[in-house]
Write a protein that binds this ligand. Structure first.
Ligand code: UD1
Length: 371
């Protein structure tokens, strides 16, 4: 619902790629609740079109009950610079036609950075949800996106005390840092009762606790055929005959198409919708991944998580949660799985304020900031 009176402050909510959608859903829901209580705050949902396949985008809108975007910039695929440029040009055109009071960006994708730059240059304040996290790895485009975005953000909504410290160290005053928790976890907790087995569950003979889930899409792991084949072999072998369900990201599919024989226990499936993917994770023996968001979800669900990266911008998933970084060398997969099979994986607990209420805290604060 949107108020008919257009005199209230208008917040642009930016979403571009798959990991953004679960982060904006609880914020929109919280604004709607405030509106029902009489708030004049309005929002405009801007989809940049960075992810455009139904399986990477529309399925998430449907399942998470996210309203249809007010605007779709339809930028599509491209290099980092092409996507950044296209988003900037089209978002600037939108703002010049119809200004907003604040630009709210989430996460670390190209759309996050591109829209933050455009808004700030038009003197529109920027709020960043999931601000302050850092991997320290400049080879990841996401790290550049985080640093650039935070350099020009006015209001920082954070998921952890480590993120707060990173921001303070960069000179951000405490009056602009709001430790609110994790909107991705709001969505996880809010939809957990609706998680549903994927169509292939029975046919593949999957049983709770008796299979693995794997996701892999970072350039360092999947962009060379030889390296990726070695990763797949190590995981297939290390799983001791158990099925490894692997929803394949479009970037990964391109490399996969060029590979020869692969271990028979790897089950390649399309990118899964949210409710099916998290059903698979919640019932898995463990998850093997190079994603950031998945390490947060496994931590909250108490599922062991083996991350094939050398760094993480989410250290609490390791220090508090169930995640462990094993690096990108395939030789490290077997020792990690051996420890898991020996029952030696840590149990973990849930980080502070990851309680399902981050969206409410953000909107309560936004109302004071723009109201
Ligand atoms: C992006 C994000 C990353 C996030 C990931 C999750 C950046 C820099 N990276 O990476 O943080 O973890 O999304 O999915 O923003 N493609 C399709 N269909 C789509 C979308 C993409 O076929 O709907 C293809 C593109 O043409 C491209 C490849 O997948 O070849 C990668 O897409 P891209 O948007 O460049 O980045 P991601 O690797 O998805």
């Amino acid at each position: 619902m949107k108020p008919h009176d257009d005199s209230g402050p208008l917040i642009d909510i930016i979403a571009g790629a798959r990991p953004n959608f679960m982060k904006i859903a609880p914020i929109i829901r919280a604004i709607e609740v405030r509106q029902q209580a009489g708030s004049m705050m309005r929002w405009r949902l801007v989809h940049t079109g960075q992810h455009y396949d139904a399986r990477m985008s529309a399925d998430f809108f449907d399942q998470l009950h996210i309203p249809k975007p007010d605007v779709n910039l339809e930028v599509g695929s491209g290099t980092q610079a092409e996507q950044t440029a296209a988003i900037m040009v089209r978002y600037e055109q939108l703002l010049l036609k119809a200004h907003s009071s604040l630009c709210l960006v989430v996460g670390d994708v190209t759309s996050t950075m591109a829209c933050a730059i455009v808004a700030q240059k038009l003197c529109i304040p920027v709020a960043h949800v999931e601000a302050g996290i850092r991997s320290g790895d400049w080879t990841m485009p996401e790290e550049i996106n985080r640093m650039v975005t935070d350099a020009i953000t006015n209001y920082f909504f954070t998921t952890s005390e480590v993120a707060n410290q990173n921001l303070r160290r960069a000179g951000v005053g405490d009056e602009r840092i709001f430790f609110v928790g994790n909107t991705m976890i709001d969505t996880l907790l809010g939809h957990m009762a609706r998680f549903t087995p994927p169509a292939f569950w029975a046919e593949a003979g999957l049983q709770a606790g008796q299979y693995f889930v794997m996701t892999m899409h970072r350039p360092a792991n999947v962009d060379t055929a030889q390296g990726f084949a070695a990763v797949l072999q190590a995981i297939g072998d290390g799983a001791r005959g158990m099925t490894v369900v692997f929803p394949v990201h479009p970037r990964t599919a391109k490399t996969l198409a060029a590979l020869g024989d692969l271990p028979k226990n790897l089950l390649f499936v399309d990118p899964q919708p949210y409710l099916e993917f998290n059903y698979l994770v919640k019932n898995a023996k463990a998850v093997i991944t190079d994603s950031g968001g998945v390490t947060e979800e496994t931590t909250v669900m108490g599922i062991p998580c083996i991350t094939m990266r050398n760094t993480t911008e989410r250290p609490e998933t390791v220090t508090v949660g169930t995640n462990e970084l094993i690096g990108t060398d395939p030789a490290q997969v077997k020792p990690a799985l051996d420890r898991l099979f020996a029952g030696q994986w840590k149990k973990g607990s849930v980080p502070e304020l990851w309680d399902g209420k981050a969206g409410e805290r953000i909107v309560e604060r936004l109302e004071r900031l723009v109201g």
